[in-house]
Design a protein around this ligand. Structure first.
Ligand code: ATP
Ligand code: MG
Length: 345
């Protein structure tokens, strides 16, 4: 297929394409410069329209012209930024942000300001790059900094062994490196309210997909200096901020984050026998909660010591904490049932 035809075909399939999409489709057989020159020719002939800022240029077919202008990208000096002011400024410059439904608009405000606040207060980066984009289905924002890196920062400040441990603790909620001024809720709630939440930092990508209800921790081929958050929410979403907050309180009607849900599978990779030390890894930091849901989805077995550590030892020290195991297969249920649990008042 002729390269021009291929570009137009890709633009038809994906609505918006970038130079890198075409280079990838050609399996790197043509250089970026060459692909750019062909795209420029198509733009000159008005067969493609160009959108986005220089660094984030994208192209659409003329029939998709409405997608142009539905994106704003800016790069700012981090120092002295205030997240709500930046958001208001973006709204003034990009009117599409004002046309969102009420529930989407309040979620966007919450999630965006939380993630920008993180870049401002934790990253120590010189610059922050921000973009908000609306396409046919989704509203998407990116907050990208070039600083300390979320996983590394947590690992170093909390003296953990690896960035993986930092991710594990982050997923529990209430994990912060600044306990005097922060509570460790931003990433927890933002990642729950998104349809898809991606946090990339140095060699690791944490992807929380709430559509298929799964969490992925992936190694990245290319290192990303600092932290990049990509947040996606469907424009048709019926979610409300209050709905997500209320899922994580023990007593309905009360306020305050005191309930968490842990996917056990993410703490036990690499071994079939699930041990006491792995149980302790799961339990670190969980004394801050009143209810702990332990999701054993895709965990095929646990060791006797693992079950004992959680359901007897920890439970005895924290009799007021409710531990609720869910999604157990028979061998897991058997191990948990045979623990001599402390009698709780
Ligand atoms: N952009 C970032 N750069 C460096 N570290 C980060 C970044 N974003 C998050 N972190 C680390 O992740 C931790 C958790 O972030 P999160 O937003 O969940 O909580 P918090 O900011 O500490 O508290 P809160 O959001 O409730 O004010 C932070 O304390 C910080 O150590
Ligand atoms: Mg925060």
């Amino acid at each position: 297929m002729d390269i021009k035809e291929l570009i137009l075909k890709l633009a038809k399939q994906h609505d918006r394409i970038k130079t890198s999409d075409v280079v990838k489709e050609l399996h790197n057989t043509k250089s970026r410069q060459y692909v750019n020159s062909v795209i420029r020719e198509l733009v000159n002939k008005k067969l493609l329209l160009k959108g986005g800022a220089t660094a984030g240029s994208f192209y659409v077919l003329p029939q998709n012209s409405r997608l142009i202008g539905q994106e704003i990208t800016i790069k700012l000096k981090r120092e002295d930024l205030e997240e709500h002011k930046v958001f208001n400024d973006l709204k003034e410059k990009a009117p599409f942000i004002n046309d969102l439904k009420e529930n989407i608009s309040s979620i966007l405000f919450y999630a965006f300001t939380e993630m920008l606040n993180n870049a401002i207060e934790h990253s120590r980066s010189q610059y922050v790059e921000i973009s908000i984009r609306k396409d046919k289905e989704n509203i998407i924002f990116i907050v990208n900094d070039f600083g300390a890196g979320a996983f590394r920062n947590i690992m170093q400040e909390r003296k953990l062994k690896s960035e993986l441990e930092a991710i594990q603790d982050l997923l529990k909620g209430k994990t912060t490196t600044q306990p005097h001024s922060h509570t460790g809720e931003g990433i927890f709630f933002t990642s729950k309210i998104a349809d898809i939440f991606i946090l990339e930092s140095f060699g690791l990508r944490l992807r929380i997909d709430n559509i298929i209800k799964d969490v992925f921790i992936e190694e990245m081929a290319k290192q990303k200096k600092g932290t990049k958050v990509t947040f996606t929410l469907s424009l048709a979403s019926k979610k409300h901020l209050s709905g997500v907050f209320s899922q994580f309180v023990t007593e309905s009607g009360s306020v305050g984050f005191d309930k968490t849900e842990i996917k056990v599978r993410l703490y036990v990779s690499g071994t079939v026998y699930i041990s006491r030390s792995q149980a302790r890894r799961i339990l670190t930091g969980l004394d801050k909660f009143k209810t702990i849901i332990l999701d054993f989805d895709r965990v095929t077995t646990v060791g006797q010591a693992f079950a004992d550590e959680i359901f007897r030892v920890f439970q005895q020290i924290h009799p007021d904490i409710k531990i609720v195991p869910i999604n157990m297969v028979e061998p897991v249920r058997f191990m948990i049932d045979r623990v001599e649990k402390p009698s709780l008042s």
